[in-house]
Design a protein around this ligand. Structure first.
Ligand code: C5P
Length: 218
């Protein structure tokens, strides 16, 4: 692992889940732990990069010598990403962003009524990584794809649709790795090829990913 391979570079990483408020006390979210993004932030900093970590709510300690920007909702994560974008060389999106949010969070706690059903209308959140990849000058943009079937097909579709430079694909139907686990096994989907990284700790995987990204920038 080359500790100088990202010297002088600026790396921005999104991590963790987002929370979409329903009312002042309730939200929609997911089980993302943030571990992969935090491990990547540490690896990028070890490689010499100026590192910004935009994180949804997690239980992880903030990595040392990394600028941590805490956010809650997808819209906040989007705004923080846009702000961090100038001079960004590498943008890595590990966050499990909620695809939809309640149209408008209720100002007061939603009360239980007589009716047995409650309908809440959801609206689409901005696609953060696609927006970053569409920016000029374009940072080297990396997305993650968690799939339960046709993993490579869907990852390659994401690469093309969102104009990414690399997609890190993993099979979340396997319970031994991925979400919330300390280990992961992934396939790197590059524009012209695929590369398997067998099961290893997220810490090691982060270093291996950073190494490959640095090689692409060089
Ligand atoms: O489209 P899908 O959510 O499967 O794509 C996953 C990738 O896109 C991840 O890298 C995730 O961080 C990113 N993403 C994003 N903003 C969204 C949805 C996904 O940056 N609103």
């Amino acid at each position: 692992f080359d500790t100088g391979s990202l010297a002088g570079k600026r790396v921005v990483i999104t991590a963790g889940p987002t929370r979409e408020a329903l009312d002042p006390v309730r939200y929609i979210s997911n089980h993302s732990s943030g571990k992969m993004g935090y491990a990547l932030a540490e690896a990028a900093r070890e490689a010499g990069a100026t590192t910004v970590l935009i994180s949804g709510p997690t239980h992880l300690p903030s990595p040392e010598r990394v600028t941590l920007l805490p956010v809650v909702s997808a819209e906040e994560m989007y705004a923080a990403s846009l702000q961090a974008l100038p001079d960004c060389d590498v943008f890595i999106a590990t966050a499990a962003v909620a695809d939809y949010r309640p149209d408008q969070a209720a100002a007061q706690k939603i009360k239980k009524g007589e009716r047995d059903t409650l309908v809440i209308e959801l609206v689409k959140n901005p696609d953060i990584v696609a927006a970053m990849a569409a920016h000029t000058p374009k940072p080297f943009t990396v997305g993650f794809a968690a799939e339960t079937e046709r993993v490579i097909d869907y990852a390659r579709d994401k690469l093309e649709r969102k104009q990414l430079d690399l997609v890190v694909a993993n099979d979340v139907s396997r319970s031994d790795i991925g979400f919330n686990s300390d280990e992961n096994a992934v396939t790197l989907v590059w524009p012209q090829r695929e590369e398997n990284l067998s099961r290893r700790s997220k810490h090691q995987l982060a270093r291996d990913l950073v190494e490959r990204i640095a090689r692409q920038l060089a």
